[in-house]
Structure formats: structure tokens, C-alpha cells
Ligand binder design. Structure first.
Ligand code: SF4
Length: 237
């Protein structure tokens, strides 16, 4: 699979974004996910690929998002040094990364590390929904906590996943409002067909586009990805 690994997001919260590769997601159980397949245990190979992606960063917005089909903590220290170097050389002031709930205890140290460099760290967690029963029994997300405030405490931003059977206009709206109440920013992903057995529910997707999208499309705290390549990284179309 050929992947685009660098892009620039021009609209809300303008930033550059790179898709790096690490040792792979430690969880790998989310039933809707196949992008954890973008992984390798070959550190040198990962480093070469990550260097290439990072070489495109210009610092034009002083804001960089680093994602890696898993958690930031799964990137090798050699890649982390490259990220530090590029952030300093390109005058990055805000760095956005992602982390699974499993790695929440790594985040205070990471914040201190970037703080010492004068960089604000923004950590996003994939919550997908605040309906804990659906999230754990249907999606197998691996968050053993039901209280949104407790989930949000170590993090800054969250991802939600819509377009799934069993969701409704009411449940999606409730999820967005809960996300906005507890997190700085909410990123909504819409389920697209992939190699897993979870398929998009077209009626739910249509309901989202008709009734939820108009409510939040101009909200500066909400990103909406109708296709999972809307940020310009990921599978080449
Ligand atoms: S934690 Fe992220 S990368 Fe890992 S299986 Fe779940 S969605 Fe996929």
C-alpha cells in the first residue's frame, strides 16, 4: 500500500502533518481499524522513512501534527530525536500527537520534554464514542473508564468515529457535545470501507451529513474528516 506521508492542512487550525511509522500499535484490537498494519520492527528502515517525511516540514505555520498509526510512545527514540531536531530547526511552537489510553502515564514526561523546548504538546485520544458499552463491547477500544472527565484529564483533544450501525443523530450529537465539554478540540472521522468486517452504515453517514455536519462544520474546535484521507496523509487515492 502506498501512503502519502506529508501534507499541509490549510483550513481550521492550519498545520503541517506527517504520517510516521513505528513499531506498531500495542493494542491492535479496535474492530474497525486496519491502519495499525502500517508498522515495522526495522528501526533503521522506519528512521529512513520518517526522516524523509519530516524533511518536508517547513514550519510555515509553526504547528506540526505527527501521527503514526498507533501511539506517539511507539515511535523509536531515534525518530523522536529527529522530531526534536525538526521542531527546533523549523521553529515549531505547537506539536500535535496521538496516544491510546494505555500510554496515558507517558504523557506528563512527554509534556515536560517538549515544554523545556518551548513547544506546547497537544495529545489526541481516539475515544470514538462516549457510550462506554458500545465503545468496549462493539468496538473493543480498550478504554477501561466510563467517565468522560476522567478520560479527558491526561489528554487535550479527542477523535470520534461516526457512520456506524447503531448510532443515531441523537447519539452522534451527544458525543460531539460531550467531546466539546471535556476536550479542547474534537476530530470527527467518518467510517469508510476498509479491510475489517466493520462496514460504514450509509444511513447513519447520510444522517450525519444532513443533520450533524451543518451544526459543526464552521466550529473552529471541530475537525470533520468525511474521508480518512481528508488531512492529505494516508492511502493514496
Ligand atoms: S489504538 Fe488506534 S491504531 Fe491501535 S487498533 Fe485502535 S484505532 Fe487502530
Amino acid at each position: 500500500m502506498e501512503l502519502s506521508r506529508y501534507s499541509v492542512i490549510e483550513d481550521k487550525n492550519p498545520r503541517e502533518i506527517v504520517l510516521l511509522r513505528g513499531r506498531g500499535c500495542a493494542w491492535k484490537r479496535c474492530r474497525f481499524c486496519d491502519y495499525h498494519l502500517d508498522a515495522s520492527l526495522d528501526e533503521q528502515d522506519n528512521l529512513a522513512l520518517n526522516r524523509e517525511a519530516l524533511s518536508h516540514v517547513t514550519g510555515q505555520y509553526h504547528r506540526l501534527e505527527v501521527i503514526n498509526s498507533g501511539s506517539f510512545a511507539e515511535l523509536h527514540p531515534s525518530t523522536l530525536l529527529e522530531i526534536d531536531r525538526v521542531c527546533q530547526e523549523r521553529n515549531i511552537q505547537d506539536l500535535h500527537v496521538e496516544s491510546h489510553w494505555l500510554f496515558r502515564k507517558t504523557l506528563p514526561g512527554l509534556r515536560e520534554h517538549f515544554d523545556a523546548m518551548g513547544i506546547r504538546l497537544h495529545v489526541k485520544i481516539g475515544v470514538e464514542t462516549f457510550d462506554a458499552v458500545y465503545r468496549e463491547q462493539v468496538l473493543d477500544k480498550g478504554i477501561d473508564e466510563t467517565d468522560p472527565a476522567v478520560i479527558a484529564a491526561p489528554f487535550d483533544d479527542c477523535c470520534l468515529l461516526f457512520g456506524l450501525s447503531g448510532q443515531s443523530v441523537e447519539s452522534m450529537k451527544r458525543d460531539v457535545e460531550t467531546g466539546l465539554a471535556h476536550f479542547h478540540r474534537v476530530c470527527i472521522n467518518i467510517m469508510v470501507p476498509n479491510t475489517t468486517s466493520v462496514q460504514p452504515d450509509l444511513a447513519v453517514r447520510e444522517a450525519f451529513v444532513r443533520e450533524i455536519y451543518p451544526l459543526y462544520k464552521d466550529n473552529p474546535r471541530v475537525d470533520i474528516l468525511l474521508e480518512n484521507t481528508d488531512f492529505g496523509v494516508g492511502e493514496k487515492l
